[in-house]
Design a protein around this ligand. Sequence first.
Ligand code: ADP
Length: 490
Amino acid sequence: MTVEQETRLLRSVPNRLFIGGEWVHASSGRTFDVVDPSTGASLTTIADASASDGLLALDAAVAARDAWAATAPRARGEILRGAFDLLQERAEDFALLMTLEMGKPLAEARGEVAYGGEFLRWFGEEAVRIGGHYGPSPEGTGRMIVTRLPVGPSLLITPWNFPLAMATRKIAPALAAGCTVVVKPAELTPLTTLYLARLFEEVGLPAGVLNVVTTSSAAEVSAPIIADRRLRKLSFTGSTAVGIRLLEQASANVLRTSMELGGNAPFLVFEDADLDLAVEGAMVAKFRNIGQACTAANRFIVHESLAEEFAARVTARVQELRVGRGTEDGVGIGPLINEAAVAKAVRLVDDAVSRGATVLTGGSPIAGSGTFFEPTVVIGVRPGSDILREEIFGPVLSIVTFTDEADAVAKANDTEYGLVSYAYTRDLARGQRLIESLQTGMLGLNVGVVSNAAAPFGGVKQSGIGREGGAEGIEEYLETKYVLTPNPFG
Ligand code: ADP
């Protein structure tokens, strides 16, 4: 990548709010900087919305509501398909933009374009499969009709770690269902969403169906929208702490909610596992996205007979990982998103070591510009260590051991979260038992990545409410209406 390519791309990204089909300045005239985490330098400056701008965006979504709901499902689907096609043409630009604002290696950013794009295609296809049913009442005196209607204007709040996929995973099902939306992207990575809005504009999405408000004051902008009676749905991906606050706000307005919150994924390696496969899976489950995924394996729980060999093998692989700016060839580990993320990794490793764990490789921040942390392996982590309880959100692989299946399952479930689990075993019966005994919304059985646009993504316990993707994903944006009519034959 050349500096010219980066400059040209950044110039082509809109730097204003997208409201009612217009690109507008924030009413206050305020702006904020978007920073490249690999250098600490400002990439560009964009509009900084305040509460009144957020409500204008809701006004636009409300104004477009009825016409979009009445638009033929096929026509809605074809706009999504058009967006999918144009995204393929712009794939390199989207990938580079994500690498610049978020820091992930370019190869992973390309993978996210492929993954994030699939939501546009999948839900474009689902738009024409919104069903219902018709039949006799049990007494035979009536006819019962059940139909599905769009829930209404929706607020979509997205995080910074997957700037494209978290946006398309919400926007695509909402639009397919016939809902209009206000999107509030994370303030750390707003450019990808602005660029996506431009793409939707180009493929003919009617004005007001998709509105984007970028802001450095998330709570100030989102709270009045959530309180407004015209809003009918809130979909959020982010931390459990913020999710709980938003659920409180949403309850006052009796909103439908979808919450994709934190995770603390266990990665179980049983004594009968295929160790080659487990090591491969561990590398992606842990180091994809620099460890900054709610699905990242957080606790490696390995049978005591294998722990040393597993640790030695992953350590050798980790030592081969190249750390650097995501645009450079061969980089596997980019920067963490900011200083706070580095400080958290330092605190968790230090706490584990102070309680008796051993660092096999890495363990420290990397001096210089950018917010880099060494890819790290820690073994012998003691119960009670913070690293077992908190989401690491960094490139730190921490290993504990277990003795038997009951011990493994108890350790895996010893968390308030329940988003995803990973388990490696060649024993089919054990695999089937784990499907039922692990408290988790998703399970990778002998695989290290589960995400797929065709699958229902989501968690149990403190990891959230609802599912995104798959046939379930569009349900989150549909309301059920029941109608009774008399038996037409009397
Ligand atoms: P993360 O740990 O991924 O940064 P956050 O939960 O802080 O997760 O952020 C996820 C999204 O929620 C971002 O778009 C952020 O701006 C938004 N957000 C953070 N705090 C609030 C809040 N109090 N009200 C509404 N949105 C918020």
